[in-house]
Design a protein around this ligand. Sequence first.
Ligand SMILES: *Cc1c(COP(=O)(O)O)cnc(C)c1O
Length: 456
Amino acid sequence: MKTIIEPFKIKSIEPINFTTEREREAYLRKAYYNVFMLPAEEVLIDLLTDSGTSAMSARQWAGIMEGDEAYAGAKSFYRFEHKVRQLTGLKNIIPTHQGRAAEKILFTLVGGPGKVIPNNSHFDTTRANIEFSGARAVDLPTSEGRDPDLIADFKGNMDVPALEEFIKKTGASNIPLCMITVTNNSGGGQPVSMQNIRETKELCKKYGIPLFLDACRFAENAYFIKMRENGYSVRSVKEIVSEMFSYADGATMSAKKDAIVNMGGFLALNDDALTTKARNLLIVTEGFPTYGGLAGRDLEAIAQGLDEVLDENYLRYRLRSVEYLGERLTRAGVPILQPPGGHAIYLNAKKFLPHIPVHDYPGESLVVELYRRGGIRSVEIGSVMFGTYDENKQLVPARMELVRLAIPRRVYTQSHIDYVIEVVIEAFEHRNELTGYRITEEAPMLRHFTAKFEKK
Ligand SMILES: *Cc1c(COP(=O)(O)O)cnc(C)c1O
């Protein structure tokens, strides 16, 4: 088979800034070893996130010029609304400035003390918004999904039997909705099968619980279904997406992922009464219902991006380019979460740095090293992000210690990725020189964004 090439030509470029190892060591000290605090100019290859970091197409930029900036009833809103409705089949479409704004509105309305929200795995902002409302967020991934070394097709799946047990124990009246995150970001960008979405829906229906999709990477998930699930290879991605959403009563979405834009999101709801309440809240916190915290031009770019993301040449290249990175690292013996996810490769820091105990944050140590050695910015998804403290102030570690290399959409070429491979392999060869970190300052929620560290 021939190389699967980037399905685009480069029309506009942005130079990147080269730095020396010595300079980066100084930048790290200044940032208290938290790469979120590094100015982007000090980063060579930025794999911090695939969120809002995508390159827009010429057509999206053209759409930016077409943006209708009317306060109410802008043409751009109707184009956006039409596109999202067509895609999801959901009735009421509420634009928000990003995914978490949709979550905030949703969980302000359905959350609160005593309520519990199950999910295959909650993303950090979803969990934070649920907990901020006073409700509880529960992850129910399958046992396959918990095993970082196992190669399986749909490790993002919800554990449906566990969900039923959970519903019986908790009482359906305490569960305002159930979520499925596609792809499962916190679980390694792993896809959820159509069968699993269907079975989850049937179970939810039996207990009268609405099912919501956290739809950030719906198109990547759909292409995995096309490649891996029986009976779907002959279906178009568009059809697969329609079927996925046909099981949903609502959805939250960060357009910064699979709408290939730099800002935006939406909340989509079938429930009219809930929609009225959500729009009222939207007006207080985001904006009028036909712009919801976005400019008309943003709505245009989202509508166009939602078309482009369904292009199967794009999705084939997208998933292959991530898999390529994973393949090369695996070949060199670097431990990664298997198999490669849709938007990122997750290094298994526990295995990469077995000599650094979990309470010394091996993921943080690896993140610092990739930046120091190669100017690559990654993110820890482990006990810094998800760790909590028990009543004795002892760290309750996360299930896994991962370092995510998230690949922005349409931004980096294969030679950038080859460079990343070289740096990771070099760091792996020198892994015994790395040491742990301690946290010197942290916020009570989402501490990974602002925590300060020092070397142990
Ligand atoms: C990014 C993301 C969110 C939050 O979206 P923002 O636009 O960053 O607020 C929610 N869920 C998942 C799965 C995500 O990846």
